[in-house]
Design a protein around this ligand. Structure first.
Ligand code: TXA
Ligand code: MG
Length: 316
């Protein structure tokens, strides 16, 4: 029996084809998936997440040929797809004329973000529905992204028709997003593929995004726990929970380590689950703040620091 025959996949595919919402595991985080060509289904995603309509969604496709139906593929895009798909790289590309993708997905922009996930269940769901799946992270807007099926259940509950449980997400931070405009390649969001790897492939540095709402996982406060956050902490103060990295570690009942060996991939995989756990522990032990050890800016460290800075940002 292949995964496509699996009853859960058949049930999930029926829900998608009927315009419903399915939470699916990907290698990065769980996504809240709907048929990207169905306006009503896409509108349900915004509603379930409480997401502002100006913040566009990315679509998940089976591979390059399926992407070609919906977006223009300049040579640089083909090069990056060949190297990094399936995997945590989203390409923002010009929308094809007469593209079937709902206009709600791209929130009025003339571009669409597209990726091919490297997860057996996500791939099976795309194949079983034969639809491009719009899928933002399966959490309420502004909260910590889900890397376990339980996180989705806690955050969205009955707002989602079905949750496909694929266990913990192996990468743990969202995809890297780059925008391709002819020869120009701009980094809109650091993520699961390190900047250095992309730059090696294209032979030049990535341009910096200008931080407008073009790249909104990019809203300043995002991924926010209830506790306050103190970053680049070299030691734990009284009244603090502690998120360690490598040798800089805390103690007491509310301390966890992203990676004792200082491994950035392990740290990324643990990031969101540890933040959630520490937020609960901080509440239990009446601690106001989660202090976080410094994490280097190399490789996946850029994405980890990006998420930490947003988690620590002042909230409205
Ligand atoms: O790893 C991921 O990318 C996960 C999994 C589920 O695939 N998805 C995810 O989706 O992180 P979401 O919606 O939480 O973040 C997608 C980001 C948003 O910040 C959105 O603003 C940006 O992509 N985006 C989508 N389409 C865009 C476009 N046409 N131009 C610029 N930014 C875009
Ligand atoms: Mg998100």
């Amino acid at each position: 029996m292949t995964v496509l025959d699996h009853k859960d996949i058949r049930d999930a595919a029926r829900i998608i084809n009927d315009g419903g919402l399915v939470a699916m595991p990907t290698e990065t985080v769980y996504g809240l998936a709907a048929d990207a060509t169905n306006d009503k289904a896409v509108a349900k995603i915004f509603e379930a997440k409480g997401r502002p309509q100006f913040n566009p969604l990315i679509i998940h496709v089976a591979g390059v040929e399926m992407a070609r139906r919906y977006v223009e593929l300049p040579p640089l895009a083909e090069k990056l797809m060949a190297e990094f798909w399936p995997g945590p790289l989203t390409l923002v590309l010009p929308r094809k004329q007469n593209s079937e993708i709902s206009l709600l997905v791209s929130a009025g922009l003339d571009t669409i973000g597209v990726r091919t996930p490297k997860h057996e269940l996500a791939q099976a769901l795309i194949k079983a529905t034969d639809r491009p799946l719009a899928a933002p992270s399966a959490n309420r807007s502004g909260t910590i992204s889900p890397t376990r099926a339980e996180h989705v259940k806690d955050g969205l509950g009955a707002r989602v028709d079905m949750i496909l449980d694929g266990g913990p997400c192996p990468v743990g931070v969202e995809s890297t997003i780059v925008k391709i405009d002819g020869e120009d390649v701009t980094l809109l969001r650091p993520g699961g593929i390190a900047r250095e790897e992309i730059e090696k492939r294209i032979g030049k540095p990535l341009a910096a995004g200008h931080g407008k709402i073009e790249a909104p996982g990019m809203m300043t406060s995002h991924y926010a726990p209830d506790a306050k956050m103190r970053l680049n902490a070299r030691e734990q103060k009284d009244g603090e929970a502690f998120l360690g990295f490598g040798e800089i570690a805390g103690s007491g009942p509310a301390s966890l380590n992203l990676s004792e060996s200082g491994d950035l991939a392990e740290a990324a995989a643990n990031l969101f689950a540890h933040l959630r756990a520490l937020d609960d522990l901080a509440a239990t032990h009446s601690l106001q703040t989660i202090a976080v050890a410094p994490v280097p800016m190399t490789a996946l460290g850029e994405a980890i620091n990006d998420r930490l800075v947003r988690a620590a940002a002042p909230r409205d």
